[in-house]
Ligand binder design. Structure first.
Ligand SMILES: Nc1ncnc2c1ncn2[C@@H]1O[C@H](COP(=O)(O)OP(=O)(O)OP(=O)(O)O)[C@@H](O)[C@H]1O
Ligand SMILES: [Mg+2]
Length: 258
């Protein structure tokens, strides 16, 4: 089982789009069992899969410091989605209240997702856990990074995003004091189009020595996907981003970045 945080502190760089499409491709085309965790108080992934459930969510899991076994409680909060092969640990807007100080004060049990992952590994229930992280470093993101083996960073190729890169890479390095096995699997350039400055930005990323995946092209069908609440493989399987996400999943599954 692989546990991957899809993370960038920058907003609007296609973290959620990546989480949803990777999960959909893995489940439908690779027959893999995927657990999606929505760690963002915006709950875009949760809404995409039908809305916030009355019972069962990540905020509750993080706050459940009184539970004797946090891992067992976390597993009890997972719900199936309508999509075969995809389960969800949902987000809700109360995740917004869980800033990092809640870890320091003990209001949040930051190791609870790590305990859950250990339990799920033993039970062999999933092949992949994908965490759709928020565009900030809060308690949910910290708990996800403590639990994960890998981080994928979706990144738009613009000046703001590139300058934010140092920050996120630094945060991942810092987390290694708590989770030494955590590694940066790769940077995934998103919303790519052909223009000299975009190509130069891609080259800058590659020159940094960080692992960089083949980009996901900018495609209008991605917005359509958010309205129709169906992944690209259903809305427009052969659109540019649909093709690119399939290639990305192939590379991710093989463990190769190129
Ligand atoms: N390849 C693409 N082509 C065109 N539009 C895209 C592409 N990928 C994402 N988008 C659009 O960019 C916007 C942001 O995407 P998304 O919500 O996935 O980003 P995010 O990083 O999860 O944002 P947030 O930080 O707010 O959680 C959405 O409107 C989405 O439709
Ligand atoms: Mg998002």
């Amino acid at each position: 089982m692989r546990t991957i945080c899809i993370m960038n502190l920058k907003g609007g760089v296609a973290k959620t789009t990546t989480a949803i499409n990777v999960a959909a491709i893995l489940a439908a085309e690779y027959r893999q069992r995927v657990l999606l965790i929505d760690a963002d108080s915006q709950c875009n992934t949760t809404e995409f899969f039908g809305g916030i459930p009355e019972e069962g969510n990540l905020a509750r899991v993080l706050r459940a410091t009184e539970e004797p076994d946090g891992g067992v409680y976390a597993v009890s909060q997972i719900r199936p989605t309508d999509v075969t092969g995809i389960d969800l640990l949902a987000g809700d807007d109360s995740l917004m209240d869980l800033d990092l100080t809640k870890v320091e004060t003990g209001t949040v049990r930051a190791t609870v997702l790590r305990d859950m992952v250990a339990l799920l590994t033993d039970r062999k229930l999933y092949d992949w856990i994908l965490v759709d992280c928020p565009p900030s470093f809060n308690a949910a993101a910290a708990a996800a990074l403590i639990a994960a083996d890998e981080v994928v960073i979706p990144c738009k190729l613009d000046g703001f995003s590139l300058r934010g890169m140092t920050n996120i890479v630094q945060q991942i390095n810092n987390m290694r004091t708590i989770n030494p096995g955590l590694r940066l699997t790769g940077i995934l350039p998103t919303m790519y189009y052909k223009a000299p400055e975009i190509e130069a930005a891609e080259q800058t990323l590659r020159d940094s020595g960080l692992p960089v995946y083949h980009p996901i092209r900018r495609t209008v069908k991605v917005d359509k996907m958010t309205f129709e609440q169906e992944p690209l493989r259903v809305v427009s399987p052969n659109c540019a981003a649909g093709v690119d996400y399939r290639r990305f999943v192939r590379q991710l599954a093989r463990g190769r970045c190129a």
